[in-house]
Design a binder for this molecule. Structure first.
Ligand SMILES: [Zn+2]
Length: 331
């Protein structure tokens, strides 16, 4: 356990972790020390010091200090074992990340060759070629990735470790539209949406990564949180570039941290308006959790039975959607 922990800290240095959270520090004194605003308490003058050589932090404002795991405990309000498990999940080994990056690029090149995939996107209201390119939509026809990547020099074992090939040696994704999930601009996972009868949603093992496209969405003073990537795609296409998604209704602690990093950012939650009200219930829970950390949130009602994707596919315009957003209510 202790050794694992030391390895983990080497693999994910505290300073890198903080930078993933968009913490910025300037060099202070000796070469290995940085100072910036404390992510653990509100302040206007920097008092949070990170020593990259010692891999530790100390804040003169709130008096907190320690290593990476202590920081995760404090910032995400997790116990020691929870923080350890969380960090182990967060860090994808470099060779797996590489293979996933290559797989995403391969699937992207495959998309135009498969009319069934383009037809599927068209049916789901996604038709703008520039957007398809920008979001890096790809297609896994199945049965050709392993060969492509072994030709590139990847061993079968490394592809299995990356989850791209299953223990039987077959591609993990078959007949799925595929999108890369990134963190810090690195592909950490792939999301595969079935275009056939298979279970619709599938990820490779490991973390889902950050909120989708957070590095561009975080600049907005209001953000729209939706459940799925096809919801996000139609919203971006309609001009709502402040939409992001967590690939489902349950945010990881890291995604929650991102969503709540700036208390004056207004969050509109637009989950599926399904008959059993499950989407609305989770939206309410999330709005309350955000309120607890002083982040204003509104729950946006859509017409019965709709999600953002189906609403646009049914013919709604950007104005129709904007009117729904205006009807968003606080809890
Ligand atoms: Zn502090």
């Amino acid at each position: 356990m202790d050794e694992d922990f030391e390895k983990l800290k080497q693999r994910l240095p505290l300073l890198d972790y903080l930078r993933q959270l968009n913490w910025s520090g300037r060099p202070s004194g000796s070469g290995s020390e940085f100072v910036g605003l404390c992510p653990l308490h509100p302040e206007t003058r920097p008092s949070f010091y990170v020593n990259a050589r010692k891999n530790r932090f100390y804040c003169h404002g709130c008096g907190q200090g320690g290593d990476l795991i202590r920081f995760v405990q404090l910032s995400l309000h997790l116990s020691f074992p929870q923080s350890l498990a969380y960090l182990q999940q967060q860090s994808v080994p470099a060779d797996a990340a590489n293979a996933r990056e290559q797989a995403a690029a391969f699937y992207q090149r495959q998309l135009p060759r498969h009319p069934e995939a383009l037809r599927y996107l068209e049916q789901r209201g996604v038709h703008d070629p520039a957007l398809i390119e920008e979001l890096r939509f790809g297609y896994a026809h199945g049965g050709n990735l392993r060969r492509h990547l072994t030709d590139q020099g990847y061993s079968l074992q490394s592809l299995q470790r990356a989850g791209l090939v299953n223990p039987q040696g077959c591609d993990a994704f078959y007949r799925r539209v595929v999108l890369p999930c990134c963190q810090d601009r690195r592909v950490v996972n792939l999301y595969g949406r079935s275009i056939g009868a298979a279970f619709p949603h599938r990820f490779l093992p490991g973390p889902k990564g950050s909120l989708f496209a957070w590095e561009s969405v975080r600049q907005f003073s209001t953000v729209i949180l939706v459940e799925g990537l096809l919801d996000l795609a139609v919203l971006w296409q309609a001009g709502f570039r402040n939409a992001t998604c967590a690939f489902g209704t349950h945010l990881t602690p890291f995604q929650f941290h991102q969503l709540s990093e700036q208390p004056d950012r207004l969050v509109y939650i637009v989950f599926d308006q399904d008959e059993n009200q499950a989407g609305q219930r989770t939206a309410h829970q999330l709005a309350r959790r955000l309120a607890e950390v002083s982040v204003p949130a509104r729950v946006v009602p859509l017409p019965a039975g709709q999600d953002p994707n189906s609403y646009f596919v049914a013919g709604a315009s950007a104005d129709d959607f904007a009117r729904c957003v205006e009807r968003g209510y606080p809890l």
